[in-house]
Design a protein around this ligand. Structure first.
Ligand code: NDP
Length: 288
């Protein structure tokens, strides 16, 4: 059984990105820039935002952090995003979700220019993923999962994959990316009948449910590859995935742990998307 090490893989990707940024700095005198916007003081958001900013620093990327008060008006937030859309130093804009209730998340996401939507949350980028276009920003978590599977040489073409979860940021784009890789994909959700039976058929199981220990050993086929997207805080304060790791790992051929699996890959792919945006802006993408 292989533990799919997302932490190490994300560090490898960070090294690759850093080298490329070092070369770009030498060649063009410029580096990619990411703006991270946080509204209010949600502790989880703070952890995510700080770790994104730290990762920017680690790879030599320019970053700007905007911490806005929780009662900031929607108009003010739109104004900031429009300013960042015009800012030549900024190649990627990330607004940390969730936003306070008085702000329309969809409107904010759609305000970000498509060229700077490095989270890949805009309808346009989701549409491009669905169309199988390479020239788009793939949503970071699904992109990271595909990258992990590829780097661990998991055969995707012809594989039976079951994705549990159909959110716009994980389940749906992931299903599209897997189809683009020629997997046969079943997407399960809260209305799915005989979910366990469906999961049991899968060569690749990907759980993005948000329920601790949702996938148990009896639901998984011997030799399956299991990817755990879930991040659930247990009563003991520790982080748990959607997969009951101890039992499932005895049957799986390969499995991601939580923490240290999909989570770190998400940030690595955010860096990759921001670098891609920079190269496109500098017209360097054709040369690579
Ligand atoms: P959402 O809550 O948006 O979606 C959860 C999905 O799970 C929904 O499609 C829902 O179905 C389905 N679901 C819920 N309960 C059941 C059930 N009992 N049986 C079958 N399906 C069910 O979550 P996200 O997609 O945003 O995130 C999923 C998990 O991944 C969370 O734990 C989140 O914290 C984590 N996450 C981790 C990231 C990372 O970087 N590692 C990034 C993003 C998320 P329905 O649509 O019918 O309601």
């Amino acid at each position: 059984m292989t533990i799919i090490d997302g932490k190490q893989t994300s560090l490898d990707i960070r090294d690759e990105i850093k080298k490329e940024i070092d070369d770009l700095r030498e060649g063009t005198g410029r580096v990619p820039g990411l703006a991270v916007v946080q509204v209010g003081e949600n502790p989880a958001s703070r952890v995510y935002v700080n770790s994104k900013v730290r990762t920017c620093e680690a790879v030599g990327m320019h970053s700007e952090k905007y911490l806005l008060a929780k009662d900031v008006s929607q108009d003010e937030l739109v104004e900031l995003i429009e300013k960042l859309n015009r800012d030549e130093k900024i190649n990627g804009i990330l607004v940390q979700l969730p936003l306070p209730k008085h702000i329309d998340e969809e409107l904010i996401t759609e305000t970000i220019s498509s060229e700077k939507d490095v989270d890949g949350f805009k309808a346009e980028n989701l549409g491009r993923i669905l169309m199988g276009e390479e020239d788009c920003f793939k949503s970071c978590t699904p992109y990271g999962i595909i990258e992990l599977l590829k780097r661990y040489n998991v055969e995707l073409s012809g594989a039976d994959a079951v994705v549990i979860g159909r959110s716009n940021i994980v389940g749906k784009p992931l299903a599209a990316l897997l189809i683009n890789e020629s997997a046969t994909v079943t997407v399960c959700h809260s209305r799915t009948k005989e979910l366990a039976e469906k999961v049991k058929q899968a060569d690749i199981v990907i759980a993005a449910v948000g329920i601790k220990g949702f996938v148990t050993a009896d639901m998984v086929k011997e030799g399956a590859v299991v990817i755990d997207v879930g991040i659930n805080r247990g009563e003991d304060g520790k982080l748990y995935g959607d997969v009951e790791f101890d039992g499932v790992s005895k049957k799986a051929k390969a499995i991601t742990p939580v923490p240290g699996g999909v989570g770190p890959m998400t940030i690595a792919m955010l860096m990759k998307n921001t670098l891609k945006s920079f190269k496109k802006y500098q017209n360097l993408d054709k040369k690579n």
